[in-house]
Design a protein around this ligand. Structure first.
Ligand code: SF4
Length: 460
């Protein structure tokens, strides 16, 4: 059951440990990013190149998708098109069932979280094991991820130690990172060797060659994409890049922006199937799920250029205090505030575009120069415009437009406002106004002046 951002954020803000964990983690990543970006005197040119590539993809997405499909099939892979999450889950379930397997390993994929693939497969009796360490932590804890790059950012070492002690039956485990990593490694290794089917997401897909690229820090993804017989990759249609040369630009932008590293520890690229090497069967599921609707919005479509680096989360004064769960979406933070409402459509996540101070820090760090504040304001306008005429904000704006439309009406409204507001004035401020509590709960109003400028002017 969704609470909406204001209520969910209120709960998160009440958790002091969560706020401490977030503060420590986001500040550490921010400092690393700043240092890594500072090493590149051409950083702004690189950003501009990234922006140009992603915008070109969005402008010609139809052609690039067909080019990608043909390249994958030429290389021995199979492409499936999915209009929505339900269709994508059905396709994946059918592919896994056809192998006769009842367990799969999965490498980090926000797209599969978006369509709730694990839940669908579990209902069909297929066990999915998350293999990214942070995703595994969330899976064992039965929690959603709370950060794009560091899904378990809301947990500290002690909390993870307690979780592993409980769930992996390791009562004497310490909170030393090396011991925690070793416990996860042993837990995963046996499943990697056993799994015959793997599911992956994709950071990028190259239209010209049909190549898929995933970047990760642990190497677990590489186990997933090389050991099993069948590999199924799910990607949103916006993940394409035109050529390998374009990929090169984005692979310079991504690690510096996300983990503050010069290059990513594990970058895996594969194209179709190769006899005697890696999976024998390769499927790609291309997911729309609202993306073509986003593409139709000339301002909002820039959200599809996101390369999921998470830099905007780490600098956001809202995210760094509330954490990701308050967004009630697999895409939290500033990018979630503009992507989720557009993917889900009107009325589903309308509070998210307001989860921002519009300070602009997200735009300054975005490696592909998505103007998040511009989209936030655009979406707020759309939400108000699409609301039914009787909704408070829309009704108030229509009434104000009518009042401001005539000098006489404005003068009368000011006199009326003075009279109506007078009983609520305390020490020169209106602190509570019935009917406008959503506004006055967090702000004071100034009373209407005892003499307006027009009255002062008329008096002389
Ligand atoms: S919007 Fe920009 S900064 Fe935020 S995750 Fe996407 S690419 Fe990174």
């Amino acid at each position: 059951m969704r609470k909406g951002f204001p209520a969910a954020a209120q709960d998160a803000l009440g958790d002091a440990q969560l706020r401490r964990n977030l503060l420590v983690a986001t500040h550490a990543i921010r400092a690393k990013r700043l240092a890594a970006v500072g090493e590149r005197p051409d950083w702004e040119e690189l950003r501009e190149a990234g922006r140009t590539i992603k915008r070109r993809v969005l402008r010609h997405l139809d052609a690039y998708l067909i080019q990608f499909e043909q390249a994958v099939e030429r290389a021995g892979g199979h492409v499936h098109w999915a209009r929505d999450g339900e269709e994508a889950c059905r396709v994946v379930q059918g592919l896994v069932t056809a192998t006769g397997q009842h367990e799969v390993v999965k490498v980090k994929s926000l797209t599969t979280d978006e369509i709730q693939l694990n839940e669908t497969l579990a209902a069909a009796g297929i066990d999915v094991l998350e293999t990214d360490l942070a995703e595994l932590i969330c899976q064992l804890a039965g929690e959603e991820s709370s950060h794009i790059l560091v899904p378990a950012i809301h947990k500290n070492r002690i909390e993870i130690r307690d979780l592993f002690r409980r769930e992996l039956a390791l009562p004497h485990l310490s909170e030393e990172p090396r011991e925690l990593a070793e416990a996860a490694r042993l837990h995963l290794r046996e499943r990697f060797l056993r799994a015959r089917v793997a599911i992956s997401g994709a950071n990028f897909a190259v239209a010209e060659t049909g190549t898929i690229c995933i970047v990760e820090s642990e190497g677990n993804g590489r186990f997933c994409t090389t050991l099993p017989d069948t590999l199924i990759t799910i990607l949103g249609i916006e993940k394409l890049v035109p050529t390998p040369e374009d990929l090169e630009v984005l692979l310079q932008l991504l690690p510096r922006s996300s983990t503050g590293e010069r290059m990513n520890p594990y970058t895996s690229l594969w194209t179709g199937v190769t006899p005697g090497d890696g999976p024998r069967e390769f499927h790609v599921v291309l997911l729309d799920a609202g993306r073509t609707d986003v593409l139709a919005d000339e301002v909002g479509r820039q959200a599809l250029a996101c390369i999921r680096c998470s830099a905007c989360l780490n600098v956001c004064p809202v995210y760094t205090r509330t954490g990701g769960h308050a967004y009630e979406s697999v895409y939290p933070g500033p990018i979630g505030a503009i992507l989720t409402p557009q993917l889900q459509g009107p009325g589903r996540a309308d509070s998210l575009p307001y989860a921002s101070s519009l300070c602009g820090a997200c735009y300054e760090v975005c490696p592909v120069k998505i103007d998040i504040p511009e989209v936030l304001v655009h979406l707020r306008g759309r939400i108000v415009a699409e609301a039914p005429p009787w909704r408070a904000e829309r009704a108030a704006m229509s009434a104000l437009a009518w009042v401001f439309g005539s000098e006489r009406r404005l003068g009368r409204a000011q006199r009326l406002g003075r009279l109506v507001g007078r009983p609520f004035v305390r020490r020169g401020r209106i602190r509570q106004l019935p009917g406008l509590r959503a506004w006055t709960d967090t702000r004071d109003l100034r009373p209407v002046a005892s003499q307006t400028f027009r009255e002062w002017w008329a008096s002389r």
